[in-house]
Write a protein that binds this ligand. Structure first.
Ligand code: SF4
Length: 379
């Protein structure tokens, strides 16, 4: 809608203000700042109430957290825009400003951090890129394997499964944190690393709790190959009936030798069989592969074996292969492994070339491909 020079949008999920071409401020339905674009810079506030600025990094983008003082100044500036627009604002916008937005101060918004940490003892480490706006509920925390040489996602936390009582308490706190915004999130991601490794018997009461607190939301989750295949095959059709839409599996590579080097259990043959099981159960599949892992010695064979394995899977329109540019994480065994085995790394340009090569060949199979950049994640 337009009122003289003011552009604004009173959407079901957000209120957007744009007093001029160079400025856009977005608030959620609780009135909390979500995005702020000003003079070519994009800022985002996460659920823990930290403010980040978007920066380009090669072919991807990354979010840099801002120091508290600068964050507070920018938040004040964004709410100042809302305050200035309030006198004379047209009716639907006026109501949003009064009832939702103008009740916040930068200090009150900072206090949201305490509610976030009460809801999440261990903050979500990652989500698939199409689910950045999902609701994360941690049926488990951490990863039951936690040994893949390249992975730093859950090294800060022990693997623990929540009891139904603990999970209900967690779900209630997450719902309180999100407020009325929960309806506009894109599904529920049942985390952490491999929550779907739990038996159906343990998952059923937890899924009931998800539906009680977030009715109508589709469900998603990660599962690792070895615990996925170990369980009862009847579990997957049940999960599809309970509202699970897509299950995400870290494939990493189709080259078994490289999987072993990376200390990741399983083989491409087992993964192909597991994907058949998931698809027959009526679930969509998201497979994550890494571009550049294993460095130069493995580059060609990694691409070839990965595309070969994917070609054997019954992937269709609801399935996605995510190509993730490999980033060596400090604090993981990978740097020592690289030195010991002489895994000369690909440079950033070569990794991007491998991303393009994999994406092109996978698209050629008729499968949807998406980029998965760990640095782009904010919750
Ligand atoms: S890559 Fe997946 S299975 Fe391996 S340690 Fe990380 S979360 Fe666990």
């Amino acid at each position: 809608m337009q009122d003289s020079t003011l552009l604004y949008s009173v959407r079901p999920d957000a209120t957007v203000l744009s007093p001029d071409r160079e400025t856009v401020v977005t608030f959620d339905r609780e009135g909390r700042l979500v995005h702020y674009y000003r003079g070519g810079s994009t800022y985002r506030r996460d659920l823990a109430s930290r403010l980040y600025v978007r920066e380009r990094d090669g072919d991807g983008a990354t979010w840099r957290p801002l120091p508290p003082q600068e964050a507070r100044r920018l938040v004040g500036e964004a709410y100042g825009i809302a305050r200035e627009l309030y006198p004379g604002s047209p009716d639907p916008l006026r109501r949003r400003l009064e009832e939702e937005i103008l009740r916040w101060t930068p200090e009150a918004l900072e206090a949201e951090a305490a509610r976030f940490h009460a809801a999440y003892t261990w903050p979500p480490s990652i989500l698939p890129p199409d689910l950045y706006l999902a609701i994360v509920l941690q049926a488990t925390t951490g990863c039951s394997w936690n040994r893949c040489a390249f992975c730093a996602l859950y090294r800060d936390r022990p693997f623990q499964a929540r009891s139904p009582g603990e999970f209900a308490d967690h779900a209630a706190k997450v719902r309180e944190l999100l407020g009325r915004q929960w309806r506009y999130r894109h599904g529920v991601f049942v985390g952490d690393g491999n929550a779907l490794a739990l038996s159906l018997e343990r998952l059923e009461p937890l899924i009931g709790i998800v539906h009680r607190f977030f009715p109508g939301q589709p469900l998603y989750g990660f599962v690792d190959l070895w615990s996925g295949q170990r369980g009862d095959a009847g579990k997957w059709p049940s999960l599809a009936r309970y509202g699970f839409k897509r299950v995400y599996v870290g494939m990493e590579t189709g080259l078994d030798e490289l999987l072993q080097v990376l200390d990741k259990p399983g083989s491409s043959r087992e993964l192909v069989a597991f994907v058949h099981t998931l698809k027959e159960a009526g679930l969509s599949v998201g497979l994550i592969i890494m571009a550049g892992v294993g460095g130069k010695p493995y580059a060609e064979r990694h691409v070839e074996a990965t595309v070969e394995a994917l070609a054997e899977m019954p992937l269709g329109p609801g399935d996605v292969v995510y190509v993730s540019p490999f980033i060596e994480q400090p604090g993981t065994p990978y740097p020592a492994l690289r030195q010991r085995l002489g895994l000369t790394p690909l440079n950033a340009t070569e990794i991007e070339e491998q991303v393009r090569l994999l994406a092109g060949q996978i698209r050629h199979l008729g499968v949807r491909v998406s980029r998965y950049d760990l640095r782009a994640f904010l919750y």
